[in-house]
Design a protein around this ligand. Structure first.
Ligand code: ADP
Ligand code: TYD
Length: 204
């Protein structure tokens, strides 16, 4: 392998990111025999886990702007301590949520300025851009039925919020078709996995 790859998974809550990321990691390790690491935002480990706890479970008031900066702080930590060293060591880095989540949730969902979010994302990541972003697309009813009653602070925002987030992802994919690929998530786990493997194999 000549270089590392940074692949991010995106989509509304319950779309199957974690399931598909784990399956891709198994495929890359077992079939392609390449080194892989998995990370997530918010909260891969260490400081990130503390920030995750605040973001998802803090019960007091959280302003949208402050929420955004917490996601960005977690992202900076993930990029500097986990993603960059692994990409430089020529690994495949799989990340469950990244910059596009902030544009989708805080931008399209909460209405913060998207230009500003793009600028801040770029600073938080030291300008690293994923080689491939996979958006797993499901409708909001499916999301809510998969989440059930056990939702966190952001997941409990409701139907209109999740619809705005979903439409945000689809809009971003139209704007950046080379990087962001939409996969229909309303199919079997195996069918979705096949599409994802093809997209990843097209990277080499
Ligand atoms: P996310 O990480 O995007 O929140 P998960 O991978 O944790 O999503 O999946 C959420 C739930 O939906 C889990 O119970 C998982 O088993 C289930 N699930 C994942 N993919 C599918 C699929 N293609 N069809 C039906 N259920 C799925
Ligand atoms: P998590 O439990 O990781 O959800 P999921 O399994 O759906 O990925 O919770 C992350 C929540 O944080 C999710 O509702 C999306 C939200 N989020 C943002 O609002 N902005 C962000 O920048 C990120 C990374 C996540």
């Amino acid at each position: 392998m000549k270089r590392g790859f940074f692949i991010t998974f995106e989509g509304i809550d319950g779309c199957g990111k974690t399931t598909q990321m784990d399956l891709l990691a198994d495929y890359l390790r077992d079939v392609k025999d390449v080194p892989v690491i998995e990370t997530r935002e918010p909260g891969a480990r260490g400081l990130g886990e503390k920030i995750r706890e605040l973001l998802l479970h803090y019960e007091g008031e959280v302003s949208p702007q402050s929420e955004m900066f917490l996601f960005l702080a977690d992202r900076a930590q993930n990029i500097e301590t986990i993603v960059n060293p692994a990409v430089q060591a020529r690994k495949y880095v799989l990340c469950d949520r990244h910059t596009d989540s902030t544009v989708a949730y805080q931008g399209y969902g909460r209405g913060l300025d998207i230009e500003e979010i793009n600028m801040l994302n770029s600073i938080a990541t030291r300008h690293r851009i994923p080689d491939l972003t996979i958006v797993i697309d499901i409708d909001v009813q499916t999301s809510l039925s998969r989440l059930g009653k056990d939702t966190d602070r952001i997941e409990s925002e409701g139907v209109d919020f999740l619809n705005s987030v979903r439409n945000g992802y689809l809009t971003m994919a139209k704007m950046e078709p080379d990087r962001i690929k939409v996969v229909n998530g309303m199919r079997s786990i195996e069918e979705i996995q096949k599409d994802i493997i093809k997209l990843v194999n097209d990277l080499d």
